[in-house]
Write a protein that binds this ligand. Sequence first.
Ligand code: F6P
Ligand code: MG
Length: 307
Amino acid sequence: MSATDPDRDRDRDRDPDPDPEPGSGLDPVENVVATIARSAAEIRQGLVGRRGKADEENPSGEVQAEADVWADELLADRLTSIDGVGQYASEERSEIIDGGDEQVYVAVDPLDGSSNLQSNNTMGTVFGIYEEPLPAPGTALVASGWILYGPITTMAYARDGSVTKYELTGGERTVVEEEITLPDDPLVYGFGGRVPHWHDEFRTYVREIESNPDHKLRYGGAMIGDVNQVLTYGGIFAYPALEDSPRGKLRLQFECNPIAYLIEAAGGRSSDGSQSILEVEPTDLHDRAPLHVGNAELIDRLEDALA
Ligand code: F6P
Ligand code: MG
């Protein structure tokens, strides 16, 4: 069933899928996902009054918003109290919190794109659920997803090679579309980093993408908003290696791996420039990696261009 299927709304009304109550009876992965989904409405509401800067920097050297710190603490409390969670790690804190168990290890970007708070534009929450202690390669992911705080709150979730999109209303989770795949004909592109800092090979590739009359620019300053457009319309998003930042900007554990896992589950490809993001071996919890995700043919061409 596609997002434009006329039966979609009827099916949704007939077959609502209330979010399972976190707690006993759910495996740890589903328990983590249900907890994040249920927390989304509260996080969204909690942005009000927390749009200012905190007096701290995160481990990547970025000035934190009050909402970054608050959302991180909320998720840390809730996720570490779930049975089976061995670790909680976040882009917003230098140290891993030990959850006391040994089944799943959760990495979170609590508020991706939080610089958009000031202008009141889209942002999200990104999560990766690993079966190995962190830092771990993307091949150790068992599930990943993101919440998008757009005009409505949605969640994209990947597990076992299958991607599902939900709408989140209060504590309810409603399936919008199952078995999502990237549309065959790529439509949108968005590339981060200052253009003067792009490498020449990447710049040449971008010019080729731009010159195709079927392609449209979409860049919103929140990775999750831009990647969600790629999932919806097909295309490519990249935050590439830069001349002044060889590993780009985005964090492997919290951003690149979860995004790559979901886009690959949706039939797309991910790359650090030469291999799947999921193959990149981490050396540190807060490692960065150049991220390129989208339709397979566009990522194939990108790797040829950067070779
Ligand atoms: O998490 C980092 C992030 O906020 C991404 O969401 C976004 O894609 C990127 O930074 C924006 O960076 P820039 O301001 O360099 O375009
Ligand atoms: Mg982020």
